[in-house]
Design a protein around this ligand. Sequence first.
Ligand SMILES: Cc1cc2nc3c(=O)[nH]c(=O)nc-3n(C[C@H](O)[C@H](O)[C@H](O)COP(=O)(O)OP(=O)(O)OC[C@H]3O[C@@H](n4cnc5c(N)ncnc54)[C@H](O)[C@@H]3O)c2cc1C
Length: 495
Amino acid sequence: MAEPNGTLVWFRRDLRLGDHEALSAACARREPVIPVFVLDPVLEDMGGAAAQWRWSIGLDRLSLSLRAAGSRLIIRRGEALETLKKLAAETGARRIHWSRLYDPESIERDTAVKSGLKAAGLEAESFEGHLLHEPFKLKTKTGGYFKVYTPFWRACLAANAPEQPLPAPAKIPAPETWPASDTVESLGLERAMNRGAAVVKDFARVGETAARDRLDAFIDASVASYHDDRDRTDRDGTSKLSENLALGELSPRAAWHAAEAAAARDPKAAAGAEVFRKELVWRDFAWHLLYHTPHIATQNWRDQWDAFPWRADNDDAEAWRRGRTGQPFIDAAMRELYVTGTMHNRTRMLTASFLTKHLMTDWRVGEAWFRDCLIDWDPASNAMGWQWAAGSGPDAAPFFRIFNPETQSAKFDPAGDYVNRWLPEYAASDLSRSAHHDGLKFFDACPRSWSMSSQDAYPDLIISLASGRQRALNAYADIAKQSPSKPIVSKEIIS
Ligand SMILES: Cc1cc2nc3c(=O)[nH]c(=O)nc-3n(C[C@H](O)[C@H](O)[C@H](O)COP(=O)(O)OP(=O)(O)OC[C@H]3O[C@@H](n4cnc5c(N)ncnc54)[C@H](O)[C@@H]3O)c2cc1C
């Protein structure tokens, strides 16, 4: 056994070296540091095919960054506590560091890991880093948690500003000998992606350096117009940093301070920078809700919605998944999701609204599909987004406010560029358009069993917008009557 000293740094949703408190604290001890990734049952269950694949390429990149800093990533598969104890015994490490997470599964595991390590005579210390403000630190005046975004945002501003990001350690102290490691490939995280990986990889921005470069480019070129452009699906107006924030390749503090510095340098950037920081706080808000009300991930946040006659998974939902509803803006967005592993925020709201309202399908059907397809899948933001769109969540869009995809596309894709880019069959049906090759990639990515081709005729609408809307409103009126004393929508309207 090696000399008894040193620290295991257990990486999870923090695949970076910069602004990493757990890693910096370990390096500051000037004892060996052993970076570790453990594919345990909790992580194995986190996210679907695209998210798991994205983990695998993120881990490869982290491994390279660690090598460049004189270190390595030790990869193991197994139950977390036993694996960490075994690694501590193999390396002589006396302490284990990690960055805190706030979903119920991680909290349960980490609590057991901490007490198990302590019982084994090891030191265990967790650090912050995944959010701007930890969910237990911000409280309402009465000591509760926030259910509405605007007061949450105000509380964030009133709280201590997020710390300045820490620099990445230039050199990570290495042990004399390294323990054995599995390879990323042997974890099989990419297995379920099938044909999609070859297509989605061209759209993924992987690793800390790429995330930093994108942040810099966004701040220089786009943050000043972010408040005007962020809803335009036909423009490159948003940061596209969600995949990096979801896996911790970029810290939210780095993004927050970059926006703040931009506003300080140039007053013309101030309005855009503030709206961007508000979006980062939406991410914190989602984690705040998941921490305080974990049922948001699986059950109607407002239980009055349990009486709603949601349709279970059905043929209409299948048409929605494949981008064959006959509504071009919706179908284009569903193709964007499949080809890039992400979707514009405006169309996330619209496709979720269309599924839960026009098609009256249970939000969990859509949540599951996004979970399977998104490379930026985030358990908190996805659950909050779906419940927001369905109307069943806290601070949600009222059910009776039903987005009309036609007016939305006229507003946010006025020349039809987004639809033209992502929906070749529709483009082909109109001689003034030509199919964009990004949209054609869908047919390389989608399962062969779908038998889809760009030559297929574009379908008619599966339900007219007016009748879908009316069916949903009727069902809504029925359940509203059932619980007149308990409002089924929140009073505050947000978007
Ligand atoms: C139904 C639905 C599902 C969603 N699922 C996810 C998900 O799984 N993962 C995910 O990261 N986001 C999710 N979102 C939120 C949002 O759509 C994405 O964060 C955003 O589109 C990412 O693009 P961007 O990085 O260019 O964002 P920007 O506009 O540049 O915003 C900067 C960052 O702020 C955060 N952010 C922005 N908008 C939101 C929001 N509404 N809620 C929470 N955080 C936000 C993201 O981390 C984002 O990267 C979902 C929204 C809806 C309506």
